[in-house]
Design a protein around this ligand. Structure first.
Ligand code: PHE
Length: 469
């Protein structure tokens, strides 16, 4: 049945289905896969976390992902407007658009601190590039330097507020450049050129890790399922990670769905996006842990795993500086395609809502993110004692960066996703939903049951535990 709205005047679309897939995979694959996933797996006991993570992607992440792109594709507009249109076509209250307004705001907040971490990546590109220049191709990185000195690189960066703020603004500036250029010549361009490059580098590094590192130990670590390690905390971390990695709960996937053509099968496409994202996360573990094990470093270094441990590992490996450089360039590509989607969600909202030119809206949103980003960058040094929500017990002694991370992961993402499930599962006209999702038979029934019952209930538990623990 006709689902109503087709493409509207002035509204851009992806030039092909593969462009849509690359852009959405680009959004999903990012620091979440390469930096957060291995760190979370390492801190939460390896195999137990990994298996439960896969389970979360299939039962919760994928159904929500399909719900989000579906809302966007039906509406063919920025996220809040898309929800409003689906609500109107379903004769439901247009107030539901608040779920997407929250998401747009959350995307803006995440963008601001995501670019700070993007700045760290740029810093390490510089570190390895200059090392390669000095020591040449063969041999390990940082020859003749003490491992303690390499480990001190990150604290050194953290202590330098000006450098960190500058790198953050640089990363944000590059992001803004591509978003300002629009869907086909900006967002799609980055995805179509950078994602294939990412995959080439990624495969090369995984193979390199497998041959030069301790691959067997990494496989055993990531895929040995030990039931006793599956605690409530581990499960919570896994769901949160699945959501972050699939870019859910923040209107980003709604915004990208809005540029999809009517003939794109959304069920199938969502499956491809989730499958690719999960494969990259698992392979990232298989690329990073062999190197970590071979160097005899600890797995639970948390956020420092990629930035502190890996550079030390590269010191002991053949072609260390070249591989290190390739590694951080690859992370940069992945992070950029994600930050572009984080900026696009609020930008599309601002320029459609206030009838502005796209570049103007990009500058407005980017300027806001720059201010918050600098505060986040400074929370590692000059503003370390500034606790913006310190009066709330949950955020006591939490600096600016961690507050934004916590507020988005613990509040905005679960609430946005719960409301999305309720809206798609219970409120919106079932015939409209059925005509959009591209699923039939048993799969359709399964998806509907997951969206109506399983996802909201599990997410409500997550929300509760996240707020009380
Ligand atoms: N999924 C991205 C990553 O893994 C982060 C992201 C979250 C992007 C939410 C967009 C929206 O790095």
């Amino acid at each position: 049945a006709a689902a109503g709205s087709g493409a509207r005047a002035g509204h851009e679309n992806w030039s092909s289905r593969s462009a849509f897939i690359l852009a959405a995979v680009g959004s999903a694959v990012g620091l979440g896969n390469m930096w957060r996933f291995p760190a979370e797996a390492g801190e939460n006991g390896g195999g137990a976390f990994v298996l439960f993570y896969i389970f979360c992607v299939l039962l919760i992440g994928l159904p929500v992902l399909l719900s989000e792109v579906l809302i966007g594709r039906h509406g063919q507009a920025n996220a809040p407007e898309s929800v409003r249109r689906l609500a109107r076509d379903s004769k439901a209250s247009e107030g539901w658009s608040v779920l997407a307004s929250m998401g747009v705001f959350a995307a803006f907040l995440i963008l601001s601190f995501y670019c700070v971490v993007g700045g760290w990546v740029v810093y390490y590109i510089g570190v390895f590039a200059s090392d390669l220049f000095q020591t040449g191709l063969s041999g390990g990185a940082f020859q003749g330097r003490d491992p303690e000195e390499i480990k001190a690189l990150m604290p050194g960066l953290f202590a330098d507020g000006t450098l960190m703020a500058g790198l953050n603004l640089g990363f944000l500036g590059v992001t803004m450049f591509f978003v300002a250029r629009g869907v086909s010549s900006g967002i799609e361009w980055v995805a179509v050129y950078l994602m294939p490059l990412f995959f080439v580098l990624f495969l090369a590094i995984t193979i390199y890790g497998a041959f030069t590192g301790n691959f067997a130990e990494a496989v055993a670590y990531l895929f040995t399922f030990d039931f006793s390690k599956l605690t409530g905390e581990v499960m919570l971390a896994a769901v949160g990670q699945a959501f972050f990695s699939l870019s859910l709960g923040v209107a980003g996937m709604m915004t990208y769905g809005a540029y999809a053509n009517r003939d794109t099968n959304l069920g199938e496409t969502s499956g491809i996006i989730a499958g690719a994202d999960t494969a990259v996360a698992l392979l990232a573990g298989l690329a990073i842990f062999p190197i970590v094990f071979a160097a005899g470093l600890s797995t639970n270094a948390g956020p420092g795993l990629m930035f502190e441990s890996l550079p030390i590992a590269f010191q002991q490996m053949p072609f260390g500086s070249a591989i290190g450089l390739a590694f951080f360039v690859m992370i940069f590509f992945a992070a950029l395609t994600s930050s572009v989607s984080l900026l696009e969600a609020p930008t599309a909202y601002v320029f459609e809502k206030f009838k502005l030119a796209r570049p103007v809206a990009t500058i407005i949103v980017g300027a806001g993110a720059a201010v918050l980003g600098v505060l986040s960058a400074l929370s590692f040094n000059d503003l370390a004692e500034f606790y913006p929500l310190g009066f709330i017990p949950l955020f006591a002694e939490t600096n600016f960066f961690d507050t934004l991370d916590g507020v988005t992961a613990k509040l905005f993402m679960p609430i946005g996703a719960i409301l999305t499930c309720i809206f798609v599962g219970w409120i919106a006209d079932a015939r409209l939903i059925d005509s959009e999702n591209g699923l039939d038979g048993a799969l359709h029934k399964l998806w509907r049951a997951l969206v109506r019952f399983v996802c909201p209930i599990v997410l409500a538990v997550i929300l509760f535990v996240g707020l009380t623990s």
